[in-house]
Design a binder for this molecule. Sequence first.
Ligand SMILES: [Zn+2]
Length: 335
Amino acid sequence: MPELPEVETVARGLRQTILGRRILSVTLGKTDFIDDPSAVEQHLPGRQIEAVERYGKFMLLRLSAVTGEARTATNGDAVPASLLVHLGMTGQLAPAPAAQPLEKHTHVCLLLDDGRELRYTDPRRFGRIAYLTKTPLAAELTGFGADPLEVGREEFADRICGRRARIKALLLDQSVLRGVGNIYADESLWRSKIHPARLGTKLSRKEAETLRRILQDILQKAIVLRGSSISDFLDAEGQPGEYQRHHRAYGREGKNCYRCKTPIRRAIVAGRSSYFCPKCQPTPRGFAALPSPRRAKERKKITLRRRAAKERREAKENRSASSSSKSQPRESDGW
Ligand SMILES: [Zn+2]
């Protein structure tokens, strides 16, 4: 799923390509990921795209009021509004010439005043699009935590150190920080040498500060490299990101730690696969990681061997049992 750096990458691309364009018309395909499809169809035409912002993992297209003939005073078109876009797992938002054939899974086309269309494609449709005026937008955005790129030392420590939740869960919790997901949580914890299962309350403020600085550094580097392309993330120009080449923990189970050569392990923390170095990131007491793949294989071998031995033993016992049961009647024969 696109996280902060990937969404920022798309937003930056769109800022360069569609800013100032006016939306002329809207064509929708499948709409099950759109909050109110008819509102999108009715209220977007006539509006100008004034800004493309990122809010956590959301993008916000800030739209002007409708001007000209399409404008009516009563339906809210006289005031600015926003289009909220969440890319979900596989969403892409990019402009294309209107004459260009549609890619498969294109579900939204916004015709722009320069002959292009802003198109949203999403094979899995886990994304979300919503047309929002000022009040519903404000309601939508309350409850989100701090932006990890902007959060200061004190606020970050306050948000983390007082919580009896695992640090991985806190990093993923969008009401604590907005925009961090599985990849950048694991990468920043590995570099900070903090085990993902440690509790917020067990982190010192010094550790929290190290984590904050490292998280910001990783996110900024990832933005420069246009994010991580692990499945099918492409930026607004259709280019993959490059930060996946710099991953040190995420997805590296069984591969050697870049610092100490110990194989990276995987554990389920906060319901998500979490990758860490068992040596550099000491496991908190009472937390069990998943068995390492090599050990799991060995364990399976031992189990199979034991099972085979047990079956042989049982078979032998059965044979002897049947022979004894055979022998019994013979004995009874004698009665
Ligand atoms: Zn290590």
